[in-house]
Design a protein around this ligand. Structure first.
Ligand code: BES
Ligand code: ZN
Length: 645
């Protein structure tokens, strides 16, 4: 047991309050101040196997970055100044670092401190242990390397405008340590601020309050941009984007950032964001981060979306022209509660972030687009879950994961997302929506700005909602969390909305003509369902359509001209599984014009699985596409195909 740290919590309180007075409109959330005090008074941050930090001895409470971006050298360099809270008598602090050039570490008076860099692990990086002595503030002078896994440096040719370079970060799960030397564990919340110096024709956005809306003059004709995050956040939520980007407001608290030539389309597409924030607040309480803006990135952004506080990062592949993929915004917005306020303490508890968020996302969609659309989205998720359950080893179908010796990326499956959401829907169905919503609102409130483990979640729900043995037995919570597969009280979403689509798919598979498919009358979700259809008994050949049928589909549905990325992806999955050569040009275009891992990785994996036919195509296309991908995507695809020479 670790003793309470009264002194430390007072220190953290003053830091947080001090920051609050100097950073303008974004007030430090009182809940955040209480959470800092409480977490440090107890001083029991759960052990995270993906971090070297020993936060119960010495922990980082604030990070101040002062970095200059060098696009030639593909490097951020400067200083990270860390505030430290430590046990009385503690003389060292352990940080996480990976692939950083550490130049020096000093105390706040410039006195050099000794430090050691531990053995490097390919996934975790290494421990950076600093002999702090009495110092409770340290200054690390460092530079990132061109292949920092969190960062992608784009040449002008890789942007829409073609004239300016671009750089952005992706921190989740454990990549922040490749650009910020700190304790990179989701249970170790830190406030932070940053001063970022860049060429004067570029703008900087970060996942924090902007203190210099237009930048300010910096050294060497450059511009300086300053930011502050006064609520403590897990380090995976520290994010930066630099490029020729512009802003357009949606309403007074929401807006869109992207390259100028893309701004009009992105803004049009994302207008529903404003009412989504209202809907989310009406469901589960106030939005506690001030503004909610989106940065629509270049097409190499490796995820659909990333819930960086105040500034969701999003793939341009959601700009479909008809607002059909906006549920992604609902998802990232929902993380402002599930994930950013109440945060998985370790990556083994990832379902607490994603399962809650998928549940919440669907409630936002129900509020903004109606019950039918929400049920369709649930059914699509249910289909994905079936595929995932069939393909994963049973041990990985538990909600609480065992990631010992593994990259947290391996937990990024539909188990966390869809089984997690199915669990919460089961609770909702059994206790009733009203009681469930009241509990969930309270859960966010009680645990705001705190790390959450699966066990603490169980404690919370057993204290506040599941208070009778009958209910406990009905809910089967332990089975949901600790057992593989789906418990017996699970029910798939009840909706007949897709029945006509399934009937049309069956008719086509049995030899019908593609012209009989009412494609033009269908929503994107119905079209997704159609393309996700598979025969109930998979044919041994792996082919359920003939080449003639595929050609009929491709022509009649105009799939070569399709612009919706989800539909292109679904079609290409069918095409690759059938070794359908005429789709290869579409495949080539798709794989070389966007780098979203959810699309790219399955396509390369299925190509690779198609042996003699697929491997040469995969090799050729990867050689062409790889230079444009973010390290998150290349690392995953390299693992399937081997790293090209
Ligand atoms: N936080 C995740 C993305 C993530 C998870 C990045 C784990 C790195 C490690 C984000 O909220 C997310 O789930 N994005 C999805 C979209 C969503 C609509 C399901 C994606 O990127 O596809
Ligand atoms: Zn998510």
């Amino acid at each position: 047991m670790v003793r309470p740290l009264m002194m430390v919590s007072m220190m953290a309180l003053t830091t947080a309050l001090g920051a609050c007075q100097t950073t303008g409109p974004m007030k430090t959330d009182p809940g955040a101040v209480a959470a800092i005090a409480a977490s440090e008074a107890m001083s029991s941050i759960p052990q995270d196997i993906h971090s070297y930090a020993q936060p119960n001895i010495a922990r980082v409470t604030h990070v101040a970055l002062d970095l200059t971006a060098d696009f030639e050298a593909k490097s951020l360099s400067g200083t990270a100044t860390l505030d430290i809270a430590a046990q009385r008598g503690a003389t060292e602090i352990v940080l996480d670092a990976r692939n950083l050039d550490i130049r020096s570490i000093t105390d706040s008076n410039g006195q050099a401190l000794r430090f050691t860099e531990g053995r490097d692990d390919p996934i975790l990086g290494h421990a950076l242990t600093v002999q702090i002595g009495e110092a409770r503030k340290i200054v690390i002078t460092y530079a990132t390397r061109p292949d920092a896994a969190a960062l992608q440096w784009l040449t002008p040719a890789q942007t829409a405008g073609g004239r300016q370079p671009y750089m952005f970060s992706q921190g989740q799960a454990i990549l922040t340590r490749t650009w910020v030397p700190t304790q990179d564990s989701p249970g170790i919340r830190q406030t932070w601020d940053a001063t970022i110096t860049v060429p004067s024709d570029l703008a900087v956005v970060m996942s924090a309050e902007s203190l210099t809306p237009n930048g300010e003059p910096g050294p060497n004709d450059q511009k300086r941009w300053r930011f502050a995050m006064t609520n403590p956040v897990p380090p995976y939520l520290i994010a930066i984007g630099v490029g020729d980007i512009d802003f357009q407001a949606i309403d007074e608290r929401t807006g869109v950032w992207t390259e100028p030539s893309r701004l009009h389309a992105a803004h049009e597409e994302l207008i529903p964001t404003a009412e989504m924030v209202d809907a989310a607040e009406a469901l589960y309480g106030p939005y506690r981060w001030g503004r909610y803006d989106l940065l629509v990135l270049p097409p190499s952004f490796p995820f659909g979306g990333m819930e960086n506080p105040r500034m969701t990062f999003a793939t341009p592949t959601i700009i479909a022209g008809d607002r059909s993929l906006v549920s992604l915004v609902a998802h990232e917005l929902a993380h402002s509660w599930s994930g950013n306020l109440v945060t998985n303490a370790t990556w083994a508890d990832f379902w607490l972030n994603e399962g809650f968020t998928v549940y919440f996302e669907n409630r936002i969609m129900e509020a903004t687009e109606g019950r039918d659309r929400a049920l369709m989205l649930q059914s699509l998720g249910w289909g994905d879950l079936q595929d995932t359950l069939a393909s994963l080893p049973p041990a990985d179908t538990r909600l609480k994961l065992d990631l010992a010796g593994r990259d947290p990326d391996e937990g990024l499956t539909d188990i966390a997302y869809e089984k997690g959401a199915a669990f919460l829907r089961t609770i909702e169905r059994i206790v009733g929506r009203e009681k469930f919503d009241a509990w969930l609102t309270g859960y966010f409130e009680r645990n705001a700005f705190r790390p959450m483990t699966t066990e603490l979640f169980l404690e919370d729900i057993r204290t506040h909602l599941v208070t009778t043995p009958e209910l406990e037995a009905q809910l089967m919570m332990d089975a949901w969390i600790y057992q593989p597969g789906m418990p017996s009280n699970w029910q798939p979403p009840v909706s007949d909305a897709f029945a006509p689509v399934d009937a049309a798919a069956l008719a086509f598979a049995q030899g019908g003509s593609a012209s009989a498919i009412p494609w033009a009358n269908w929503s994107t979700q119905e079209r997704q369902r159609f393309l996700a259809w598979r025969p109930p008994v998979p044919p041994a050949s792996g082919r359920w359509f003939s080449d003639a049928q595929l050609a009929d589909l491709e022509t009649t549905l105009n799939l070569r001209q399709e612009g919706n990325a989800e539909l292109i992806f679904a079609w290409l999955q069918i095409a690759v599984q059938h070794r359908y050569q005429p789709a290869v040009p579409t495949l080539e275009r798709f794989l070389t014009t966007q780098g979203r891992r959810k699309f790219v990785l399955p396509l390369f994996t299925s190509l690779w699985g198609q042996g003699e036919w697929g491997r040469p195509i995969a090799t050729r296309l990867y050689a062409e596409a790889r230079p444009g991908y973010h390290p998150v995507t290349t690392n995953s695809v390299d693992a399937v195909m081997g790293r090209p020479q």
